[in-house]
Each structure stands twice: as structure tokens, then as C-alpha cells.
Design a protein around this ligand. Sequence first.
Ligand SMILES: Nc1ncnc2c1ncn2[C@@H]1O[C@H](COP(=O)(O)OP(=O)(O)O)[C@@H](O)[C@H]1O
Ligand SMILES: O=P(O)(O)O[C@H]1O[C@H](CO)[C@@H](O[C@H]2O[C@H](CO)[C@@H](O)[C@H](O)[C@H]2O)[C@H](O)[C@H]1O
Length: 539
Amino acid sequence: MAPANQKIKTWDETFNDESFRQGFAERILLNYMMTTRWYAAKTQKVKTIKIEQQMPFEMEGDETVYFITIEANFEAGFTEYYFIMVGLVDEDVEVDKKAVIYNLSANGVKGQVIDSLYYEPFRKALYNQILSQKPLSDDNNKLLFDRGRALRSSPPYENSRVLGFDQSNTSIEYNGQYFFKVYRRLFSDANPDLELTKFLSEEGHFNNSPRYGGSVSWVKNDFQTISLGIMQEKIENIGEAWNHTVDMIKGYFERIEATDAPIDDIQDVPSFAFVSPEELKSDFRLLIADDVLTKVEKMAQRVAEMHIALFSNRVETQFNPIPFNGDYTVWLKNRIIYQLNARFILVDENIEKLTGLAQEYAQLFVNHRADITNRFLAFEENRLNSCRIRIHGDLHLGQILMTEDDDFYIIDYEGEPESTIRDRKVKQTPLKDVAGMLRSFHYAVYAVIFDKNNKFQLSQEALFEAGEKYYRAIAAVFLNKYVTTAMSENLDIGYESEIKYLLKYHLLEKAVYEIGYELKSRPDWVIIPLTGIKQIFED
Ligand SMILES: Nc1ncnc2c1ncn2[C@@H]1O[C@H](COP(=O)(O)OP(=O)(O)O)[C@@H](O)[C@H]1O
Ligand SMILES: O=P(O)(O)O[C@H]1O[C@H](CO)[C@@H](O[C@H]2O[C@H](CO)[C@@H](O)[C@H](O)[C@H]2O)[C@H](O)[C@H]1O
């Protein structure tokens, strides 16, 4: 085996050889990326691929890991950027199979080229670099390491592990207490997740979002800073609010069945009402369960507090609240109409593959094309006095972690996956997030009804009726608590009619977005947003 320093030299020379890097990107990296969860463009044909930027990171013992960005141009005419840290380890170093990109054999040196996140000594070095905040730079680029509030006391490195649930990102747990999310797909700007997590933690003093622990960013030039990863406090939790809500809804249907409660007699709360739990009839409260209402109120309170924090900076243009105006209206309508037209095409292409109720509702959606389009085009900013702020942008029950003491933490501020980075940062009404939450409760009701593993005695018609009553009651309790909390801190969301107007708008917008998301990622679920749209039109 070659001596260690020769190995290092060979790796450095090899990696800095332009023709090696080109072949590596085209023949090796692309194949490797196809095996990962985070490479989003698996179905797209790549036209060209290259290592766009690289920055060496020297570890103890002179081992070099390269931070690289990969530029992939697709035949369909778009470009995506990805991020990976690659290093060379000896053949006998045991690493997770998932991490091995390639077995290198060059100039008598053999080793494994790996995704270094899976290499503990590298994770440790990365952690220490964040604590030290020492930048790395060369002639063209700079990598910045920032340490935030959660790591202010510089807790020494103890241990780390790659967490199993990587999707679009890869997450590392440090010292059992910190959560480091590495962004795999890069935007040509700071990631909203980083901007908002840092703001809420360091400035907004919102306690129910993970405290900001630090970040790694690539500064390309004076105008472009690209987020590579964010360190944050790990929230001890008992799972996403989604799973708990689904269980709560199952409990509701089971109680109806167990008590033979006539569904017609269940209280009918009007759509978009603001109702406190005490205003619900006691027999309905028993069916829903009081602790469920308490949890719904707590979630509403936390969402309102997040918005109050995001509303708190009146000075910095990045965060200050602003009014509705013509530019926003043009942007909003263009974006929605573009998305809507794409949805009609997508539904049309898929309608024959759908069956039963899903096909029936998809046909209804297509038949309502003019009506839906007109609702979006009717947006009128002149009647709006409330403000726009930076918002979460993709809020739903899966973005809320529940704790053992029945509290809730809001995570993942990356925004809607389909939107461009610019669109994700446009200030919008906070009621868009509220609409996201209401859609999520509606989703949960129908996810329970359509889940074939649930063997309810009630007919589907009865489940729909009971489910809609449940949804309207939960939505009313959520809205009541949200609005009361928001108003107590003068969060400018407008008065009742404006609130309802904006909510209706964004509920429809969200459901249209969801049709596309479901048809592309889990077509069996498209029935849920289609039911949502039908319901919105019946209201
Ligand atoms: N700060 C945190 N503390 C604990 N768990 C977290 C934290 N942030 C994220 N998670 C866990 O990681 C999962 C994925 O995180 P998320 O931010 O939604 O990443 P992605 O955008 O890749 O889906 C969450 O559902 C949650 O279980
Ligand atoms: O969490 P992501 O940012 O990846 O959001 C995407 O995936 C979500 C599903 O995981 C999707 O949310 C939709 O399904 C949820 C239940 O699984 C439901 O709670 C949401 O209301 C519904 O929108 C989200 O739309 C998508 O952007």
C-alpha cells in the first residue's frame, strides 16, 4: 500500500486534474446520484453534467475533503445544482454502503471515494469548523461557517450519526442534541429555511421553532450566497402532528360507531366560523375529545406566535411587513394561472388512469375550469388593508413536531417545493399558512376515510358527513384561537371579512397545488385534494 502522504498527494492531484473531474462527474457521480433519495431529477435525461465549483477542506492528518457543487443541464432545458462533500478513505475503512461513490485505483493508490458525510472524522471536523467559524477561501470563492445561538457555548464534539430519513436533504445528529441538515439541491441564493430559522431564533424570539445553531454557506461573489446546510437544536418529539391528528380522527369515527351517535344530530358548525371549544355542544365535544380541542388550540397559538415574530421587524426590507399592491397581484395571478393551467393538463392526461370517485371528482375539476380560473382572476387588492410578511409557505401537519407535554414546534421553512427561490421569498398574507393548516386537517379526515386499513361500519356517505362536520369544527376552533392570539399582538391580518376572503383564496390555491403534488408523487391520494376542491365549491 502507498504511504499515507503519497495517497493524499495522489488524491489531491487526481481530484485537481480537469479531465479526471469531468469523467468523474459524467460517469461516476451521476450514477451515484441516481442511487440517492435526494437527487430529484431521476426521470430527466441529462444533457451535460460537471463539477461547477470545488473547495478543499483540510482535515487533521492532511486528509482533504472536497466540497463540490454539481451542475446538471437537462435535455428538457433546465439546470439544477447539487451539493456533495467527497473524500478518499482507505479500502479497509468501514463506511455505510450508501456512501461509497467509487473505488479509486490510480497511480498505485487504492481507496474508496465516499460521500464524506458518512465518515465520522469528517463530521467531527465539520462540527468544529462551525464552532470556530473559520472561513475557507480561494481566489474565487469563500465558504462561511456561522455559529448561532444554540451553539453559543461551543459544546465540544461528542458523537454524530447520519439520520435515516433523508429525503430531499441529508440530516446529521450531533451530540444527541443538534440537528444538521445538509441541503442537497442548491438554490442560487440563501435558503429560506436558513433565513427564517435564524430570524425566528435570533431576532423574533419565537420559542417553538428549533433554535438556530449555525450554518455553512458558499459565497460566490458579492451578490450570491448559497446555503449549504443548517445546524439547529434537535427537538425531542413524539412525532409529527400529522400522525397524531390521523389517530385523533380515527378515534372520532370510532366513538361515533361505539355510541351509535346519529350523524344528522351532530352539531353543524358553519364554514369559516370562529368558535371556542366551550361553544361546541357537549355531546360533540365528547365525540371529538376535549384534549384534541386543546391540542388544536395550542397549534393555532404557535402558528400565530410564529407570524407575530415574523411581523416584528419593521425595519429590514427582508422582513418588514408591507401592504398588498398591484405588483403583488400581478405576480400572484400569473403564478396561479400558470400553475392552474399545468394542473388541468396534468389531470387531463391522468384522468383515464383514475377510477371511481377520484375520476368523478377529477372530471368535476376539469368541468369547473372557467369558474376556478375566474375565482383566481377576481383577486382584488384594493379591498385589502392587511399586510404581507415572510411566511412559512408550506405549512401543514407534517411540518409540526409534537412534544411529550402536548406542545408543538414548527420546522422546515424551505417553502413550497415547486416554487422558485424568488417566489418562496415573496411576502404573502400569513393566512396562506393558516389555509395550509386547514387543508391539512381536511386532508387528515379524508386520509382516514380513504385508508383501506380502517374498517369502519359507517357508510362512506356517513363518514363524509361526519368528517366534514369534524373538519368544520376543528377549523373553527383553530381559526378562533389563531385570530384571538394574532389580534392580541396587533398582527395585521385584517377584519373578519378580509380574513375569510384571503383564507378562501389560499385554500383553493393550496388544493390546486396539491392536485399536482399528489398526481406526481402518490396518485392514490389525489382524491383528497379533489374532494377538497369539490367541498370549497359547495361551501
Ligand atoms: N430540529 C429538529 N429536531 C428534531 N427532528 C427534526 C428537526 N428538524 C427536522 N426533524 C425531523 O426530520 C424530518 C425531516 O425534516 P425536514 O426539515 O422536514 O426535512 P426535509 O425538507 O428533508 O423533509 C422531520 O419530519 C422531523 O422528523
Ligand atoms: O413536507 P414537504 O415540504 O415535502 O411538502 C410536500 O409534501 C407533503 C406531503 O408529505 C405535502 O402535503 C400534503 O400531504 C400532507 C399529508 O401527507 C398534508 O398534511 C398536507 O396538507 C398536504 O398539502 C405538501 O403539499 C408538499 O409540498
